[in-house]
Ligand binder design. Structure first.
Ligand code: FE
Ligand code: ZN
Length: 471
């Protein structure tokens, strides 16, 4: 019937018990074909196969494959809204957006072991047995000791009570599975199942040692732009600053990804006029181009917009118009949208400015914008960067949902909250790429505590990150 069943049966026939997370892993790495390959590699028949066993067996294969495909793709934009927008601004298009989201995310939820027998909500409304259902969360209401949500699928909607000890992190418009039972009026949840990402996975590495520099939130044009610190960064990149080891690293940097808020912009928050050094947005970009021109030529710049930049505010944001791009014509730069999936030497990078970090922080207890990597985990669990419509970060009515994380990245980078953070979650390297602006009065009132003037560099050969400080 489904792939999961087939995999379990395949091993069972050989007298081998396969652990659930190993099944999950196989589904995500080639399914039945990989099963057969693995079976061929077994020198003896084990009683039980764990995830670790599988990975050990596959590692050998991976080494060989690595040698075979020495020619990895150097630089590819895998997904970007730029040039692909279908957004007509029609409210009807939101129906398309949510339908697309539901279709793609419910497929992922369905693959989870607990959801293999999921039924339509219509059926769950009629039976009194324990069943699994999948839907999009509408209306989250906190009640005593729990949450009441409305869960909706293609043709029905059901009120679900989720006790706090089961889950207290439900947010609007995320797609989830629920195992539970109908009693009287309410469906009572026994567990909540999210699309999630697998615990372990084969990570991609570049064949040669090369580094990517991660920058964000430069905010040129602000009185609080840290120009002296920025100039120190440029000096280091040119080999005129730092110890021998750091100078060696600087030479090997091939790309600099800037994850949004390049300039301070105008009219972004109340009272911003008082914080502006440059009041014309084009002049802000001109000054930025000047500041970037100090970068050595061997570094390719990847420029992504954020909420302070001169592009449409709703997500996904396309890249700059020609008018702005032309200001950078002397630079070795590529312009991308927000978010954007990239592949550099086989390593998959998801770069997203991070506007919705604040939505997560204000809707899920225990989360804080000053700890963004914890929030990025929540995005990966939901396979979505900005689920909630009508929050702080606006969404555009695109027909396809560009905020879905269906490709699992090797590196996931955000900015926006001006914090420097590095964390590993389920084999995904999570980064929040600092800022080049000291705390503004507005940020003080928002309780945003920056950790600026730092640069994160990642060696693509081993995905190790290090932080350079310039203050
Ligand atoms: Fe910013
Ligand atoms: Zn921002």
């Amino acid at each position: 019937m489904d792939e999961r069943r087939a995999i379990v049966d395949f091993f069972q026939k050989q007298g081998i018990l396969i652990q659930p997370d190993a099944v999950e892993f196989l589904i995500n790495s080639g399914g039945m074909e990989t099963c057969k390959k693995i079976f061929g590699k077994l020198t003896e028949k084990p009683f039980i196969i764990s995830l670790w066993d599988l990975q050990k067996l596959l590692e050998r294969k991976e080494e060989k494959r690595g040698k075979e495909r020495i020619k990895k793709r150097k630089f590819v934009i895998l997904r970007d809204i730029t040039g692909n927008s279908t957004c007509g601004g029609d409210v009807k298009d939101f129906v398309c957006l949510f339908k697309n989201r539901y279709e793609r995310l419910s497929e992922m939820v369905k693959k989870r072991q607990e959801m293999r027998n999921a039924v339509p909500i219509k059926k769950a409304l009629k039976v009194r047995d324990e069943v699994s259902i999948i839907g999009i969360v509408r209306d989250v209401r906190k009640v005593k000791n729990g949450t009441i949500i409305e869960l909706e699928d293609y043709d029905d909607i059901i009120p679900v009570y989720v006790p706090s000890e089961i889950d207290s992190s439900l947010i609007n418009d995320e797609v989830i599975g629920i195992v539970g039972k109908k009693t009287n009026e309410l469906f009572i949840a026994k567990s909540v199942v999210r699309p999630e990402i697998p615990v372990r996975r084969q990570r991609n590495f570049s064949s040669e040692e090369k580094y990517v520099l991660f920058l964000s939130d430069i905010h040129v044009g602000s009185k609080n732009f840290l120009e002296k610190e920025w100039d120190r960064l440029i000096k280091w990149l040119n080999g005129k600053n730092g110890n021998e080891r750091q100078k060696e690293v600087a030479k090997k940097i091939e790309y600099a990804i800037i994850s949004g808020d390049l300039v301070e912009g105008i009219g972004i928050y109340p009272g911003q006029e008082n914080d502006l050094e440059i009041v014309d947005v084009y002049e802000q970009y001109e000054k930025l181009a000047e500041k970037l021109s100090g970068m050595p030529e061997h570094i390719k710049l990847i420029i992504q917009p954020g909420n302070h930049d001169a592009v449409r505010p709703p997500l996904p944001q396309p890249s700059f118009e020609e008018e702005v791009k032309n200001i950078f014509s002397n630079l070795n730069a590529i312009f991308v949208g927000n978010p954007c999936y990239l592949e550099i030497d086989g390593v998959i990078i998801l770069s997203y400015h991070g506007q919705s970090i604040q939505d997560f922080a204000s809707n899920i207890p225990g989360l804080n914008q000053n700890n963004p990597t914890k929030i990025m985990r929540e995005m990966l669990k939901r396979r979505h960067m900005a689920p909630s419509y009508g929050g702080i970060s606006p969404l555009a009515p695109e027909r396809e949902d560009y905020m879905i994380i269906d490709i699992i990245p090797d590196i996931f980078v955000t900015g926006h909250v001006h914090v420097t953070a590095v964390e590993l979650y389920r084999d995904v390297l999570l980064l929040n790429a600092s800022a080049w602006q000291r705390q503004t009065n507005y940020q003080k009132t928002m309780n945003l505590i920056p950790d600026p003037a730092k640069a994160i560099v990642v060696n693509l050969k081993n995905l190790m990150a290090s932080i350079m400080q310039f203050s």
